[in-house]
Design a protein around this ligand. Structure first.
Ligand SMILES: *Cc1c(COP(=O)(O)O)cnc(C)c1O
Length: 362
């Protein structure tokens, strides 16, 4: 069975060493030593400050909204994983969908201003598939209109421009370290705050608002990362160069194949920013073609995924429906192909030739 991705498992001896340390210390969670080490190493690796580890990416988003005092309406993209929208609704915020730019697949910055109302307090763009948004434009608009910006950077681990992290834009950026992501801690996530005050507030929020023994400073919840998750993170991080290198090889092979054979549209990447080879999306000419490709691949035990479908503005639990024709069209035709370092070459060739067959038929 070949899936869209394969969870990266690091060297087991290394992981066992951390497990031994954790057993010796008897300290399993609550800002333990392994977690502190991971926070330090990640901040250095990513080139960021004020990085807070939490139990998953969805709660990272929710804590970011709370710490930044977001209320009312939030402008967001309809083309993302469902957590981008559900995290807002769960926090009683109203998502207002702004359609995408159909070549970058990211929120269209030129459509943001028209969607602002007096209830708008924030913008929640997503760097879809690790492709950097128009961050300067978005941050400038937000400053001018007094809005906060939270980037859902769940796909954008390690993306940078001239060595400067993409995660330094906005008031906060949120990462997911779920096992399906390129860097993972089994389940996990992080928030990178621009300001120290927001970071310090969030530190309390993730541990019930407790600031000291017998002292509760504010309303909080529990979304701490534990020592075993942090140990996995340290192991995976130490092998990150190999992970990126291995994915790059497969990614470039797809890119070269489709550049030569055509038949599908590819995401246009923001120039100047590095790639992290997290996903390989292809856009087919219509949904019927997508379904034909998918079913033929499925019959060979190959499982590409419809990332992202459905377009989030069409979710049944939303109170208002807002059409986003560009996102809906893209969502109906996009498929993410299997991508991981040890994807067998013959499987990759098979995937490519099946797609070519369906896209070059009359
Ligand atoms: C994975 C993902 C999330 C959620 O992260 P979890 O760690 O799974 O909770 C949020 N947004 C996007 C865009 C994602 O891909």
């Amino acid at each position: 069975m070949i899936n869209v991705t394969k969870t990266y498992l690091p060297n087991r001896e290394k992981f066992n060493c951390y497990v031994d340390q954790i057993f010796e210390s008897g300290w399993l969670t609550n800002n333990g030593r392994v977690l502190q080490e991971l926070e330090r190493q990640l901040a250095a690796y990513l080139g960021v400050e004020h990085l807070l580890l939490v139990s998953n990416g969805t709660l990272a988003l929710q804590i970011a909204y709370k710490a930044l005092g977001i209320t009312g309406e939030v402008l967001t993209t309809p083309f993302s994983f469902v957590a981008t929208t559900s995290s807002l609704v769960w926090e009683n915020l109203t998502p207002v969908f702004v359609d995408i730019d159909p070549v970058s697949f990211n929120i269209d910055p030129d459509k943001l201003e028209a969607a602002i109302t007096e209830r708008t307090t924030a913008i929640l763009p997503v760097h879809v598939f690790g492709n950097a948004c128009e961050v300067e434009k978005i941050d400038e608009l937000a400053q001018r209109r007094g809005l906060k910006v939270i980037y859902d950077a769940a796909h954008a681990f390690s993306v940078n421009r001239n060595g400067k992290s993409l995660l330094n834009y906005g008031d906060a950026s949120v990462l997911s370290f779920h096992s399906t992501k390129i860097f993972h801690t089994i389940e996990g996530g992080a928030i990178i705050f621009k300001r120290k005050e927001d970071y310090e507030k969030a530190c309390l929020m993730i541990n019930f608002g407790i600031s000291d023994y017998d002292k509760v400073d504010m309303l909080g919840i529990n979304c701490k990362m534990n020592e075993f998750q942090a140990a996995m993170g340290l192991c995976v991080l130490s092998e990150m160069d190999d992970i990126l290198e291995g994915r790059k090889r497969v990614w470039e092979k797809y890119r070269a194949y489709f550049a030569r054979h055509g038949g599908v549209a590819l995401q246009q990447l923001h120039p100047g920013f590095s790639d992290n080879y997290a996903y390989f999306p292809v856009v087919l000419k219509d949904e019927a073609t997508l379904l034909a490709v998918k079913s033929e691949l499925n019959s060979l035990n190959i499982n590409p995924r419809r990332y992202f479908y459905p377009s989030l503005n069409t979710l049944g639990y939303l109170e208002a429906t807002m059409p986003c024709p560009l996102s809906e069209s893209l969502a109906s035709r996009i498929l993410c192909l299997p991508l991981y370092a040890d994807l067998p070459a013959e499987s990759q060739e098979m995937i490519c030739s099946i797609i070519s067959k369906h896209t070059t038929e009359a």
